[in-house]
Write a protein that binds this ligand. Structure first.
Ligand SMILES: NC(=O)c1ccc[n+]([C@@H]2O[C@H](COP(=O)([O-])OP(=O)(O)OC[C@H]3O[C@@H](n4cnc5c(N)ncnc54)[C@H](OP(=O)(O)O)[C@@H]3O)[C@@H](O)[C@H]2O)c1
Length: 298
């Protein structure tokens, strides 16, 4: 089985590089924007012409949430036209597509976990472009699923180009004694290792239902279990990593940033569990696993 990973230098992409050593039945092919730019439709078509690909996992994205408010054009190119190209070409070649999206497609005003069917209403350019990208995938191929993740983090703290919340906290501990973190935005951290494993489960349990045209059969939510605020998440990193940094809870209104974030980012994961039998570890357990790997430099 040949599995193409786009955006392979990012957090999730690197996780697939790591697990490619474990899942020997899959032949993973890694590409980043230098080798396969998803915004260039001819490049994508040419690649699939030369390489027989069974699954595309699109981890490529423009993820700089605040910068996107100014760089609208670039965010649009990568998050909307990129997935559109992949969907069109997937259809041409009979390739299955797994596209990654985000809880930022919601406005966060709901109380309780978001279901896949809930109405989307993004608050930011990033969220809007991600939602547009979802629609392009749904409209251009019937052999795709979309996985919306919440707060993605990874072990890749030493990779210069990887942005990541753990990296921010560990770096801050070297430079200062205290850090203010918002405590009134709720969500669930998602360990990239768990997300990658869940995507492998989706490939293993892929069935003809993914071909059904309705959005209900093709959009899924994935996160770890439990609920956290960014403050709780930061406190847990400090505690489990054993670092010396005081975390002060602050309100969103006291931390002005260009892009508005949803105050509720909690995703219901019942549907993906039932359909693809994925594992959903508790977020604190996965954080400990991740920090142990970082400490062991793995
Ligand atoms: N990070 C989060 O908290 C979070 C939360 C929920 C959902 N998600 C979603 O999860 C997915 C993976 O996120 P991530 O954190 O792994 O992202 P990431 O670390 O920012 O990685 C994305 C990768 O895509 C590459 N890329 C950008 N433009 C490209 C293009 N035109 N063609 C090919 N590759 C391109 C980027 O390269 P450059 O860095 O060189 O531009 C980067 O290596 C994304 O769909 C994201 O929207 C992320």
């Amino acid at each position: 089985m040949n599995v193409l990973i786009t955006g392979a230098s990012g957090q999730l992409g690197n996780e697939f590089k790591f697990i490619s050593g474990i899942y020997k039945d899959y032949n993973f092919i890694f590409n980043d924007k230098d080798t396969l730019d998803i915004t260039k439709v001819d490049e994508v078509r040419d690649f699939l012409n030369k390489n027989k690909i069974d699954f595309i996992i699109n981890t490529a994205a423009y993820t700089a949430v605040d910068e996107a408010e100014k760089e609208y054009q670039l965010a649009q190119e990568v998050n909307v036209n990129g997935p559109k190209n992949l969907a069109i070409i997937s259809k041409e070649f009979g390739t299955k597509l797994i596209h990654i999206s985000t809880n930022y497609v919601f406005d966060g005003e709901k109380s309780g976990p978001y279901l896949e069917e809930d109405e989307t209403d993004p608050l930011s350019v990033y969220g809007r472009t991600k939602r547009e990208g979802e629609k392009e995938v749904l409209n251009n191929t019937d052999n795709a699923v979309i996985i919306r993740l919440s707060w993605l983090y990874s072990r890749w703290v030493n990779l210069e180009y990887c942005k990541n919340f753990i990296k921010t906290i560990l770096k801050s501990a070297k430079q200062r004694k205290e850090l203010n973190i918002v405590s009134d935005q709720l969500g669930t951290p998602v360990y990239a290792g768990d997300a990658a494993e869940a995507i492998i489960d989706i490939i293993n349990n892929w069935d003809s239902k993914s071909k059904v045209k309705s959005e209900g059969n093709r959009v899924f939510h994935y996160s770890n279990s439990g609920v956290s605020s960014w403050y709780d998440f930061a406190e847990a990193i400090v505690e489990y990593a054993g670092i010396d940094l005081k975390i002060n809870p602050i309100e969103t209104k006291d931390y002005p940033v260009p892009a508005k974030r949803p105050k509720n980012g909690i995703l219901s994961v019942s549907k993906i569990k039932k359909r693809f039998n994925v594992k959903v570890p508790y977020w604190r357990d996965s954080l400990k696993v991740c920090l142990k790997l970082i400490a062991e430099n793995k």
